[in-house]
Design a protein. Structure first.
Length: 370
């Protein structure tokens, strides 16, 4: 965390310093970056009008793109329509959000599936359209001035031949229109492909060696969804409580494919504490057997097909977790029956609710130890 907050502070300070503070107007707002773990000093900056307006515009554009909303105008309060540049920034931000490396590598988003691929292609089409508009928008006024003589083309370096101004203007105009036309064609083809892909459907992925349903020892099953302290996105974990005869309860916590917040490994103490408070009547950390499941398809490399199953032991009340890897057979022996494993692409809130699994929004303030 301290490395992240240091880099964030340096980046913010460099961005603010890139503005001409003398012409940025009066100070209107304080920006404060504080390390929640208090390992790094707090950064406080006074933002002037121009800097504050730019930050608002960047944040609004990013938020609108992530939510799939409309482009944001810089003069939003006056109802102005976004220009070509703002449309392009919005489309590019949306495409970046949809295909970011962090999303793809985490397993949270798989552009190989039809619906996701169709969305990405649609946004790429929007980018191409906006680029075509931008080419016309940027070159048109310049070439008009070249036609009228208010802009003059100079001789190429090392020559004295003065270019024929009207002929050069016509040549540049033709080139710009050709580029814009090609971009328009690309946009149309991408949109057509997006429509075709959206009509495709994927078939379920069979996980080798995994059961297709849970056994009779399954007692409770919920999707636990809540926004953890300091997080922007909602955490989503699949919780199954198995009660094998004569043994301690076994809680299997699944890191869902559409969990776009904290990985279960980073917050297993907090998740377990909340599960105990909400579903196990406040059970002690050592009165339950805890198992963490990362589904196949979540990771690349040797675990891409099998996923990762780990027993978790807490050395103190919901603190100091220790992990031990399990096989799927060992997990089923632990719970005394079958345990279903989903592929990350199908391990989603939607697939769970289709099966009738309830969504629990915890009200508990239970937290893990340190």
């Amino acid at each position: 965390m301290n490395e992240y907050i240091r880099e964030a502070c340096l980046a913010v300070r460099a961005w603010v310093d890139s503005f001409d503070q003398g012409g940025a107007g009066m100070a209107v707002v304080d920006l404060v970056l504080r390390d929640p773990r208090h390992e790094e000093p707090t950064l406080g900056l006074q933002l002037r009008e121009l800097v504050s307006n730019e930050l608002r515009y960047v944040l609004c554009t990013d938020a609108s793109a992530r939510a799939g909303g409309d482009p944001v105008s810089r003069d939003q309060q006056y109802g102005a329509k976004p220009d070509a540049g703002e449309e392009l920034r919005h489309a590019a931000a949306r495409l970046d959000q949809l295909t970011s490396i962090s999303e793809l590598s985490s397993g949270g988003v798989d552009r190989g599936w039809p619906v996701d691929a169709a969305t990405a292609l649609h946004e790429a089409s929007r980018v191409s359209e906006r680029l075509a508009d931008l080419v016309r928008y940027a070159t048109g006024p310049v070439l008009d001035k070249l036609d009228h003589g208010s802009v003059v083309a100079l001789p190429p370096a090392g020559t004295k031949d003065v270019p024929n101004q009207p002929a050069l203007a016509a040549c540049h105009r033709e080139t710009a229109e050709t580029i814009a036309g090609l971009l328009g064609e690309v946009a149309a083809k991408l949109e057509d492909l997006s429509g075709q892909v959206s009509y495709l459907q994927h078939t379920p992925i069979a996980v080798p060696g995994a059961s297709q349903c849970d056994g009779r020892t399954l007692d409770t099953e919920v999707v636990m969804a809540w926004r953890m302290l300091g997080m922007v996105n909602e955490s989503r974990f699949h919780i199954r409580v198995f009660r094998p005869s004569g043994e301690l309860p076994v809680v299997v916590i699944g890191d869902m494919g559409d969990n776009h917040s904290q990985s279960i490994t980073n917050v297993v103490e907090e998740v377990a504490a909340v599960v105990a408070a909400e579903l196990l009547a406040g059970a002690a950390h050592d009165s339950v057997q805890w198992v963490q499941v990362s589904p196949p398809g979540e990771f690349r490399g040797p675990y891409s097909e099998s996923g990762v199953i780990q027993a978790v032991r807490f050395e103190k009340p919901y603190g100091r977790p220790r992990w031990r890897q399990l096989t799927h057979d060992e997990l089923e022996q632990l719970v005394g029956g079958a345990v279903r494993i989903w592929h990350a692409s199908e391990y989603t809130v939607a697939s769970m609710t289709e099966r009738g699994v309830p969504i629990l929004h915890p009200k508990s303030n239970a937290t893990g130890g340190t």
